[in-house]
Design a protein around this ligand. Structure first.
Ligand code: PXL
Length: 274
């Protein structure tokens, strides 16, 4: 067997296992890459209090030390970022990634968890724009996040998405994927890909009453692993969309509050369990 490709996630722990590093590492394993995680926050949810989220940041120096460890082995073939707690941590990550321009970076600009109304504080959005967007090989905002990053506010249509994609591209991301998801009207979940020259639309049927917690993290992690394995960006995005669609179809109700995707859905649809 040839040596595995290394993939790195710089993200939070979702203690319920659907999103964050749990989603990323499981997805990396499904793709057959060797996953490494640098933890940025610990997110816990309170079953006694309507599943309200509590996010504990990891100290910036510890985030830096984890990245030093992660980069001390063979070259990392692709890296991704997820939930980041504050500008200091975002900056430390950007500084470290600048030292590794050979590693493509997928930025998932996580701003809010599904079902939570608290939006990340504005300083974090500014830090993302300033430090990470310019380093992104691919950035994967949902409609809300694309509205924030582009400063256009709420996006409602494909034309809005195109305008936002151009603005985010102009801030330095080399490829922008805006996930229309179920928020955009119509029967299909439409994603818009923009490489600075042309727009590509990727569609999949919306999955009714999907258990979709962790879908965004899983999508970005699947793109990361696809790039690590040598797929070109648009192929990696297409494959990731199939992967996440089947993970959503295999999703389940964890409890009355949350239904995660099942990250092994794509493989289990093709082969039986071990
Ligand atoms: O789905 C967004 C997300 C990302 N990362 C972590 C999370 C969540 C939502 O719960 O907990 C760690």
């Amino acid at each position: 067997m040839s040596e595995p490709k290394l993939t790195l996630t710089i993200a939070g722990n979702d203690a319920s296992g659907g999103a964050g590093i749990a989603a990323d590492l499981k997805t990396f394993a499904e793709y057959g890459t060797y996953g490494i995680a640098a933890l940025t926050v610990i997110a816990t949810m309170d079953p006694q209090n309507s599943w309200s989220h509590n996010v504990t940041p990891i100290d910036a120096q510890i985030v830096k030390d984890q990245l030093t460890t992660a980069f001390a082995g063979p070259a990392i073939s692709a890296a991704k970022t997820g939930m980041l707690p504050n500008p200091e941590v975002t900056r430390v990550i950007a500084d470290m990634l600048k030292e590794h321009p050979e590693t493509p970076l997928i930025v998932d600009p996580v701003m809010v968890c599904k079902g939570e109304s608290d939006v990340l504080n504005p300083e974090n959005v500014t830090a993302l724009k300033e430090y990470l967007v310019p380093l992104a090989s691919i950035i994967t905002p949902n409609l809300f996040e694309a509205g924030q990053l582009s400063e256009l506010g709420l996006l409602h249509s494909l034309d809005d998405m195109k305008e936002a994609a151009q603005i985010i591209y102009d801030k330095g991301a080399k490829l922008v994927v805006i996930k229309g998801g179920k928020a955009l009207e119509g029967e299909d979940a439409v994603d818009l890909v923009f490489d600075g020259e042309s727009f590509t639309l990727l569609s999949a049927r919306k999955i009714p009453s999907a258990n979709s917690h962790g879908a965004g993290c899983t999508f970005a992690a699947a793109i990361t692993a696809g790039l690590a394995k040598g797929l070109d960006p648009v192929e990696a995005i297409r494959k990731a969309k199939h992967f996440v669609t089947e993970a959503m179809q295999a999703g389940f109700a964890f409890n009355e509050y949350v239904g995660p995707v099942f990250h092994s859905g794509y493989r289990l649809n093709r082969q039986s369990e071990i």
